[in-house]
Design a binder for this molecule. Structure first.
Ligand code: BDP
Length: 331
């Protein structure tokens, strides 16, 4: 045998030795670090914890997920940065901060984009959801692979001063918004003062009066204990933003094709599992809010709110009219 043949044969033998021809590195035990701003038990956190158990079982413990909940690794901005460099593998983030990175995704961040939960779910579960996820994964510099969508209900305004019943009530209120100009513009066009900051800074900002309140879904308002600082919760329903589970591209590329396919499959299952957990949590949160003495009010006429945010649609929607039309056509 000549030298090349010998080398070739011994390389093949080495691959067989570590397992069925896949690259040796893919066979190593790997603990995937996952993180979320929310605490254990929150629907998005629980869905990823359950996904980890399935992953562990399917790989005989070779792959597992270690969850770092409650902003242990920082706010959403820090989570994205750590995933980009491979310091963590899985981050559950809102589409909110992804808008400036993947412009098409910003369409989900337009106020009053979705008619209701069923509409939003049909969009994320269908071809548009798949296309946007691919846009993110193929993005040359985002450094993230999108692996699942998740429900996050509807965002409503809460504050420490008064109930919001009409657009005029927002005048002069300083309201924390997620870090993306589309949200600050939305609040400003409604007459309030939008203040962009991380979720991790919000409690301090409410305590010190830097803001009068914020806006979020009921489960975040309750588990973040925001009701302690802002007892008026008004159902403005101005945003319905899905969440997204991302995987670090840098780490993804070290996985075998089989492991990638397994993670994708389990992530899709997590998407559906989170949805069930979401609706239960939403109900439970509403009860918790009643018990805590939150002053809740409906906003029956949303038309003036929708009219006020027209400039936001003009500014951020103009470049994506075809995509917006397709979303609206989903019945
Ligand atoms: C919550 C989302 C979370 C965001 C947070 C926020 O689940 O991802 O970080 O809102 O307002 O609803 O920043």
């Amino acid at each position: 045998m000549n030298r090349r043949v010998v080398l070739h044969l011994s390389a093949a033998a080495a691959l067989v030795a570590v397992g069925l021809g896949s690259p040796a590195f893919a066979q190593q035990k790997m603990v995937l670090k996952a993180t979320d701003v929310h605490p254990l038990g929150y629907p998005t956190v629980e869905a990823v914890v359950r996904m980890g158990k399935k992953l562990e079982a399917a790989t005989n413990g070779r792959l597992s997920i270690q969850m770092f909940p409650s902003m242990q690794l920082g706010g959403e901005k820090e989570m994205i940065e750590q995933a980009q460099v491979g310091a963590l593998q899985i981050a559950r983030i809102s589409v909110g901060p992804m808008g400036p990175i993947v412009p098409e995704m910003n369409v989900f961040n337009l106020p009053f984009m979705f008619r209701d939960n069923a509409h939003m779910e049909k969009v994320i579960d269908g071809p548009i959801g798949a296309e946007l996820m691919k846009k993110l994964s193929d993005h040359p510099t985002a450094g993230l692979i999108g692996i699942a969508w998740m429900n996050a209900g509807t965002r409503n305004v809460y504050n420490s001063k008064k109930p919001i019943k009409s657009v005029a009530d927002l005048k002069g209120l300083k309201i924390r918004m997620m870090g993306n100009p589309v949200f600050v513009d939305t609040m400003n066009s409604l007459g309030g003062n939008g203040v962009a900051m991380g979720f991790d800074q919000l409690i301090n900002a409410m305590q010190t009066g830097v803001v009068d309140g914020a806006e979020n879904n009921e489960p975040s308002y309750v588990s973040g204990q925001h009701y302690r600082y802002a007892k008026y919760y008004s159902k403005t329903g101005h945003l319905m933003i899905p969440e997204i589970l991302v995987f670090s591209k840098k780490s993804w590329e070290t996985l075998s094709k089989d492991d990638q396919a397994l993670i994708m499959k389990l992530a899709k299952e997590a998407q559906m599992e989170e949805r069930k957990l979401w609706y239960d949590r939403e109900k439970g949160s509403l009860e918790d809010m009643k018990k805590a003495g939150v002053e809740m009010n409906d906003v029956t006429d949303k038309k003036p709110f929708q009219a006020a945010v027209k400039p936001v649609w003009d500014k951020y929607g103009a470049a994506h009219t075809a995509l917006i039309q397709r979303i609206q056509d989903v019945k």
